[in-house]
Design a protein around this ligand. Structure first.
Ligand SMILES: CC(C)(COP(=O)(O)OP(=O)(O)OC[C@H]1O[C@@H](n2cnc3c(N)ncnc32)[C@H](O)[C@@H]1OP(=O)(O)O)[C@@H](O)C(=O)NCCC(=O)NCCS
Length: 172
């Protein structure tokens, strides 16, 4: 069965949350774990939008928290599928904080997560390919293969000698 490719933009999910006291650490900033929970949901929704099927989180790439988000600030999370492979999808997630009183936004962090589509029996199932349109979508699409190979090597699912895209990347 051939699945019709879909535009990256069509998978876009925008989530907005308010940092409440129960979301914070002892410094009055958003807890990393709470943010990762929201990111996981936003990214899962983007991948489900793309493949029209239930998904599970297969992996989370490294996340660096660049700026803390303060109590009472707003969290904006944007997620979009950057590339789809056979049954898995890489999702790009970006996070900003916003001071709703002073009305300025600041970047918090970004990450890549991978989701796998499942059929009713819980087996992985094929997903549609992605069509990147914008320059940014094309860059993310192109670089996704090296990121995929890196995470598969790190999880012990690929031999380093089979990672063609990574070899090409490092030989530049
Ligand atoms: C993710 C999962 C479905 C993969 O199952 P699997 O038996 O390893 O399946 P396969 O080897 O057939 O791989 C299926 C896809 O997952 C991808 N995959 C597997 N492990 C991966 C990893 N660590 N990182 C990224 N992708 C991964 C494979 O590359 C493959 O993608 P492709 O079809 O696009 O090439 C399975 O490990 C699982 O269910 N994990 C638990 C998921 C979960 O519960 N998440 C919530 C957090 S606990």
């Amino acid at each position: 069965m051939t699945l019709t490719p879909k535009r990256a933009q069509d998978s876009l999910v925008q989530m907005t949350e308010l940092v409440l006291p129960n979301d914070t650490n002892t410094f009055g900033n958003l807890m990393g774990g709470r943010l990762m929970y929201w990111m996981d949901i936003a990214a899962a929704l983007a991948s489900m939008k793309h493949c029209s099927a239930p998904v599970v989180t297969a992996s989370v790439d490294n996340i660096s928290f660049e700026n803390p988000i303060k109590l009472g600030n707003v969290v904006h999370i944007e997620s979009k599928v950057s590339r789809a492979f056979t049954t898995s999808m890489e999702v790009h997630i970006r996070v900003w904080g916003e001071d709703p009183v002073q009305q300025y936004r600041y970047k918090s962090n970004e990450a890549f997560m991978t989701f796998v589509a499942l059929d009713p029996n819980g087996n992985s199932r094929p997903v549609p390919k992605i069509i990147p349109d914008t320059e940014e979508e094309k860059k993310l699409y192109e670089s996704a293969m090296s990121r995929r190979q890196m995470r598969l090597i790190l999880s012990g699912k690929m031999k380093p000698e089979d990672a063609d895209a990574l070899k090409a990347f490092f030989s530049i």
